[in-house]
Design a protein. Structure first.
Length: 275
């Protein structure tokens, strides 16, 4: 059985992944800003669960959490970059403060976690990095473009990391979930910027309204998502990308079709710029 390091482990998909890994006999270093929130889910704490305090925006806390986990369990086999939050608003409406706060957690938090954990995986010449992205990181939409941009960044980081770590025996996967019935659409995970520019009502408005009305009604089952993610780490050749949910598959296929159509239409222009 392996040792998991999960960020954002106190709620949502992180809590479901932690639960599924524990049920399969894995040991879990469950990192969260509030360790009490992790432990509340386990009135009788399993001996293979270690709750550690770590805000992903604080590198020193992550370093201490990894050190504590290694002292308890001796190794780390799977790193799950799960901590993150959402942001709703047209690109022009979103404040600089909100954008920077979002990227601090969703992007720089992942980089901080990687810097804290990868030395262990590299030394072992084994392991698996699983980053929870979003289908919005592959095909975004009006009203959530800045959030999508943070997840697009994770796609780029993961692609590069896949090539950098493969020679060392470490797997890398970015998971692209569609809509799942976690707390992602409520105030604990989602910041909504005011609809301050009337011109964007037609473009961003419908997405804003749909997200406000879909909390708890998303099609995806988070327990099934957690099972799929743990299954992923037990395969010999895991994928670089894994979509979760029929809505995610649909959006990927639609974007691939669009990119192909545009490439074919404008191929002559692209090729005309060569020598």
């Amino acid at each position: 059985m392996g040792v998991w390091f999960v960020t954002g482990a106190s709620r949502g998909l992180g809590a479901e992944i932690t639960r599924e890994a524990l049920e399969r006999g894995h040991r879990v270093i469950a990192a969260a800003r509030d360790t009490a929130a992790v432990l509340r889910a386990y009135p009788v704490r399993p001996e293979n669960l270690l709750a550690v305090r770590a805000d992903v925006t604080a590198p020193e806390q992550l370093a201490a959490a990894v050190e504590e986990g290694l002292a308890a369990f001796g190794r780390i086999d799977v790193v799950v970059n799960n901590a993150g939050h959402g942001l709703v608003g047209a690109v022009e409406e979103v404040s600089d403060e909100a954008v920077r706060a979002l990227f601090d957690v969703n992007v720089f938090g992942v980089l901080n976690t990687l810097r804290a954990t990868l030395p262990t995986l590299r030394a072992q010449r084994s392991g698996h990095v699983v980053t929870i992205g979003s289908i919005g990181g592959f095909a975004t939409a009006p009203g959530v473009g800045v959030y999508g941009a943070s997840k697009f960044a994770l796609e780029g980081i993961t692609e590069a990391l896949w090539g950098e770590l493969a020679p060392l025996g470490v797997h890398v996967t970015v998971v692209e979930p569609g809509g799942f019935r976690t707390d992602f659409l409520n105030a604990s995970s989602l910041r909504v910027e005011p609809a301050s520019i009337a011109d964007y009502a037609a473009g961003a408005g419908p997405v804003r309204e749909a997200m406000a009305g879909n909390d708890g009604r998303q099609p995806g089952d988070p327990a099934k998502a957690a099972r799929a993610i743990v299954d992923l780490t037990e395969t010999e050749e895991p994928p670089l990308r894994l979509q979760l949910g029929a809505d995610a598959v649909e959006r990927v296929e639609a974007k691939l079709d669009l990119v192909r159509r545009e490439l074919d239409r404008w191929r002559h222009v692209a090729l005309s710029t060569g020598v």
